[in-house]
Design a protein around this ligand. Structure first.
Ligand code: IPM
Ligand code: MN
Length: 353
């Protein structure tokens, strides 16, 4: 008899609920096949609730989220709420509050998906970005002096703790070993300019790296990483990087793997509760139109299953996505595919065999 998982679902704003619905459909099918049970606990956090109550995420909710096996997030962002409030108040609050110190982002081109890179295919575009997820420029340390005047100073600190950097780099080495592709880990930094912050990253990378003699250690500055991701993506196996650079290069990664319609990520606390989400936003103008492709959301559900230890279930989802995409039935991952959100969800359900 399988397990009984508790899964928190934050469907969120805009098209979040539509794509989350499809992902949950997939979860149900996989659970039946793999014979595990689950219960979902739905939370209505998002723009609507914030506008109604003035509260983005109550403190008590964080405590509740600490008790579940995993969190599934649809999308956050509302046109009537000032930029930053929901991002800080929900997404970052959960990442920080649950100490989800790894942002795990596969960049994988499925067969049958169009990439803007000439002469590159699924063989060349298949790597993982491991982004530090709780420190760096995201911590929110800093402030204004003489705000609103001509002499204004705005400072945002880039915070790097030895412990924070080390746990991220160690996770990346462990994962590179486990992934067992080319056993190559690339440190992406800007140590030629950020001579304190990224000096620490380089020293820790070297030190921890000594414990992993079988892993090839590679290094590239972040600007060069952007260049190589476009020119020679096949050079990468696993990339480890800080929070801000990880944010930027994973959007580039999403584009070379076919766009936001397919990119998913995990916010992972290896010792605690993790959260999985499609990378795309809430796309407010498409809300309720049933035109957004739910593959990124479904892929995030696959990652959640993998994380729970349901490896066969995760594999079923991944293979179903790959099979559907290589069949050529989905011509386009944007809103122009001519297919409805639930139609694509149903196609994946049928491909789970
Ligand atoms: C992401 C997003 C978030 C980030 C935003 C919404 C705060 O862009 O998950 O990559 O910057 O981390
Ligand atoms: Mn981002």
């Amino acid at each position: 008899m399988g397990k009984n998982y508790k899964i928190a679902v934050i469907a969120g704003d805009g098209i979040g609920p539509e794509v989350a619905r499809e992902a949950l459909k997939i979860l149900q099918v996989v659970a039946e096949k793999e014979e595990f049970k689950y219960e979902t606990i739905e939370y209505d956090f998002g723009g609507e609730r914030y506008l109604r109550t003035g509260e983005a995420l109550p403190g008590s909710a964080l405590e509740e989220l600490k008790e579940v096996d995993a969190i599934y997030l649809g999308a956050i962002g509302h046109p009537d709420v000032k930029t930053g409030i929901l991002e800080q108040g929900i997404l970052l609050k959960i990442r920080f509050g649950l100490d989800q110190y790894i942002n795990f982002r596969p960049v994988k081109l499925y067969p049958g998906v169009w990439t803007p890179l000439k002469d590159k295919g699924p063989k060349e575009i298949d790597f993982v970005v491991i982004r530090e997820n709780t420190e760096g420029l995201y911590l929110g340390m800093g402030g204004f002096v003489k705000k609103g005047t001509e002499d204004e100073i705005a400072i945002q600190e880039m915070v790097n703790t030895r412990k924070g950097v080390e746990r991220c780099i160690r996770y990346a080495f462990e994962y590179t070993k486990k992934r067992n592709k080319e056993s190559k880990l690339t440190l992406c930094d800007k140590a030629n300019v950020l001579v304190f912050a990224h000096d620490l990253w380089q020293r820790v990378f070297e030190e921890v790296g000594e414990e992993y003699p079988s892993i090839k250690k590679d290094h590239a500055f972040v600007d060069a990483v952007c260049m190589w991701m476009v020119k020679n993506p096949e050079w990468f196996d696993v990339i480890v990087t800080c929070n801000m650079f990880g944010d930027i290069i994973t959007d580039l990664g999403a584009m070379i793997q076919g766009g936001m319609g397919i990119a998913a990520g995990g916010n992972i606390n290896p010792e605690g509760v993790s959260m999985f989400e499609p990378i795309h936003g809430s796309a407010p103008k498409y809300t309720g139109k049933n035109v957004i492709n739910p593959l990124a959301a479904i892929s995030a559900m696959g990652m959640l299953l993998q994380h729970l230890g349901e490896k066969k279930g995760a594999d079923l989802v991944d293979k179903a996505i790959a099979r559907t995409l290589s069949s050529g039935k989905i011509k386009d991952l944007s809103t122009q595919s001519g297919l409805k959100t639930d139609e694509i969800g149903d196609m994946i359900v049928k491909s789970i065999i």
